[in-house]
Design a protein around this ligand. Structure first.
Ligand code: SAM
Length: 369
């Protein structure tokens, strides 16, 4: 099958043949990641041109093969100004889903000065955020379409900007101040926020809307898995499932839809339950509960903790699990849904990069791993 993927692969092959010919003509070794491994300083302008062609084609191939949902994780820090403008001025909703709009009309519709809007969106376009298929006109890309269709996209980008990014500038300060910290208040996030709250989650709860935005961005992540089908929920029959730290129930509702006999209780902090409770329905109910305290719903058939343990250091993660023990009956299941971290370098590079990114974020936000 001939398509853009095969065209790009062929152009990479052709570029590599030319680059290899150049290397052997100049008696240069193959580039490597060793300190002495880069041959770039020896390249003449022809070789540089060949290298740029290979980089362009490999980048496009990479971007085509990647799930567009992963784009913010590849680029989020460098592209914060672009995401910021799209979010704050509602740019994505002003671009038609079919067709395109001129920069002039988009500037008028969003209220952003045309010159700045054009420059910022073009910075996004080179990273597949929107497209400019004819000069001067903006159309959606696979990624920006998500901004219109999935509320979580906007929340995720704002959360990365406001909740995760600022801690980056304080990681060294935090390591200096609290070497080897395993407390959730001894973090880069706390320094960035000048927070006196005991945890990241308590700090979010101080600002109206912030915990809700965090919960919406968690629902963006939940699209990556198919939890309602990936576990034999039917084994629990018409039993009770308690989800601790279940946010606004985005996982619970997915399970409930496919397994209507199950009763599901979603627990979280009061500030989260306050907005989550309005969604109560089906067989899903909400309940305030601090997961460090003894589990109040006794004798459930299963207790699930999804994507919570990783936000705590080991001693706190153990306490969250221990708090379930007094409530368990014979045969109760404890379901932990988590990303695991296999030995460094043992998984595909793309996944390793993302895992390192998450791991660093957990260190910054909660002295966690
Ligand atoms: C990373 S989010 C995961 C949310 C959800 N389980 C999911 O999979 O998307 C962690 C959740 O733990 C909740 N949480 C934090 N501290 C808590 C506590 N002490 N008791 C109960 N929930 C807590 C947060 O409010 C948040 O909803």
């Amino acid at each position: 099958m001939d398509n853009r993927l095969t065209t790009l692969a062929a152009s990479i092959n052709e570029g590599i043949s030319k680059l290899n010919a150049y290397l052997s003509e100049c008696n240069l070794p193959c580039p490597s990641f060793e300190p002495s491994g880069s041959q770039y300083d020896h390249f003449n302008s022809d070789a540089e041109g060949i290298a740029v062609g290979i980089l362009d084609a490999t980048q496009e191939l990479h971007d085509l093969v990647r799930n567009p949902r992963d784009l913010p994780f590849d680029h989020h820090f460098t592209l914060i100004p672009v995401h910021d403008v799209i979010t704050n001025f509602g740019v994505a909703r002003k671009v038609p889903l079919d067709g395109d709009i001129s920069y002039a009309d988009l500037a008028a519709a969003t209220g952003v000065e045309r010159g700045a809007l054009t420059r910022l969106l073009r910075y996004g376009i080179v990273s597949r955020i929107f497209q400019e298929k004819r000069p001067g006109f903006v159309s959606h890309s696979a990624y920006t379409k998500l901004w219109v269709e999935d509320k979580g996209t906007e929340s995720l980008n704002a959360m990365i900007r406001d909740d995760i990014f600022p801690g980056r500038n304080y990681i060294a300060d935090a390591l200096e101040k609290w070497p080897g910290a395993d407390e959730p208040h001894q973090t880069a996030f706390q320094l960035a926020e000048k927070s006196s709250q005991p945890t990241f989650f308590h700090q979010l709860a101080q600002t109206p809307g912030r915990a809700e935005r965090f919960a919406n961005s968690m629902s963006y992540f939940s699209r990556f898995e198919n939890i309602a089908e990936d576990y034999p929920w039917e084994d629990l029959r018409s039993g009770t499932l308690v989800e601790s730290g279940g946010s606004q129930g985005h996982t619970a509702f997915k399970i409930a839809e496919k397994h209507p006999a199950l009763k599901i209780v979603v627990q979280d902090m009061p500030e989260v339950i306050a907005f989550a409770k309005t969604k109560e329905g089906r067989q899903v109910s909400f309940m305030e509960h601090d997961f460090f305290k003894e589990q109040p719903v006794k004798g459930a058939d299963a207790y699930m903790i999804r994507w919570c343990l990783h936000a705590w250091s080991d001693k706190y993660a153990a306490r969250i699990l221990q708090a379930l023990l007094p409530a368990m009956k014979e045969g109760t299941k404890v379901l932990v849904v988590e990303a695991v971290t296999p030995p460094f370098g043992s998984i595909p590079h793309t996944l390793q990069c993302r895992l390192c990114e998450y791991d660093t974020s957990m260190l910054m936000l909660g002295s966690a791993k």
